[in-house]
Design a protein around this ligand. Structure first.
Ligand SMILES: NC(=O)c1ccc[n+]([C@@H]2O[C@H](COP(=O)([O-])OP(=O)(O)OC[C@H]3O[C@@H](n4cnc5c(N)ncnc54)[C@H](OP(=O)(O)O)[C@@H]3O)[C@@H](O)[C@H]2O)c1
Length: 251
């Protein structure tokens, strides 16, 4: 169960090697979290991440999970909930893709859509049902400001996040009043391996800052958070900018 400050005792991260996911795990372990499931594609990195969390005092388990195999989600994720309550699920998997290549190779674009959108739809529904059966817990979904308005430079990734964001908004409404808290996280540019080598966007931030914002959002039971928070205002303005103007922006 969550404590009076909203800190979960048990955490499931979908995308167990995600830098943002692991920064969140470290932050929550420093508060109260004791059990962490890192669900991801089996790899040395996934095992090493679990080992690092164990060194911080958590009981951490690596669990095989592939977003691209939705037929397995019910069994793989549903089983975890039968082993004990899970107070928080963090949906942290995703791929950025390569916009230029993905425009040339439709199957590569479909891969981005399948990981970021359909994989997330399936995994979220399985977890949402289990959380609802528990009657408590939080589902925290890493969306992106890229989904708030499609940009020429990354509309394939952006559209997958727009779909995920809209889906999560609806899911939050569906779960309203059930005791399950759904929170959408919209970070801007975060310095992780996903963005390594790319030109930094204005207001770039860190996985640690996203983790801190997630912790605060949990405590406040926020529906949506932007990281950094100023992006909320920036995106409100950008969303309504006429397209001929938006198109000319160097974003
Ligand atoms: N970094 C940013 O600027 C930024 C901004 C806004 C939103 N976000 C979102 O935040 C989330 C975390 O990003 P991050 O920066 O922490 O990136 P990251 O460190 O690259 O993590 C991405 C995660 O997705 C996992 N993944 C990829 N394909 C998968 C699949 N088929 N099945 C299961 N897991 C899969 C990766 O696992 P493997 O180890 O197996 O590859 C990894 O754990 C993503 O959803 C991303 O879109 C990131």
């Amino acid at each position: 169960m969550k404590d009076a400050f909203g800190a979960p005792q048990s955490l499931l991260i979908l995308g167990g090697t995600s830098e943002i996911g692991l920064a969140t795990a470290r932050r929550l372990i420093a508060r109260r979290t004791r059990t962490v499931y890192l669900a991801g594609r089996p790899s040395e990195a996934l095992d090493a991440a679990a080992e690092q969390l164990r060194a911080l005092g958590a009981e951490a388990h690596a669990v095989p999970f592939d977003a691209l195999d939705p037929a397995s989600h019910e069994e793989v994720l549903g089983k975890l909930f039968t082993e004990g309550d899970i107070d928080m699920v963090l949906l942290a998997f995703g791929v950025l893709g390569d916009q230029a290549r993905d425009e040339r190779e439709p199957l590569a674009a479909v891969h981005v859509a399948q990981v970021n959108y359909t994989g997330a739809v399936s995994a979220s529904l399985v977890c949402a049902t289990a959380l609802q059966q528990q009657g408590h817990g939080a589902l925290v979904v890493l969306s992106s400001v890229a989904g708030e308005r499609a940009r020429r430079a990354n509309f394939i990734y952006g559209s997958s996040k727009a779909g995920l964001d809209a889906f999560t908004q609806g899911l939050a409404d569906a779960l309203h009043g059930t005791g399950v808290h759904v929170m959408i996280v919209r970070p801007g540019f975060v310095r992780t391996r996903m963005t390594a080598g790319l030109d930094e966007a204005p207001l770039a931030t860190t996985p640690g800052a996203v983790a801190a914002a997630i912790e605060l959002g949990l405590r406040r039971r926020s529906a949506t958070i932007w990281v950094p928070g100023t992006l909320r205002l920036v995106m409100a303005a950008l969303r309504h900018l006429p397209r001929p103007l938006f198109r000319r922006l160097p974003v």
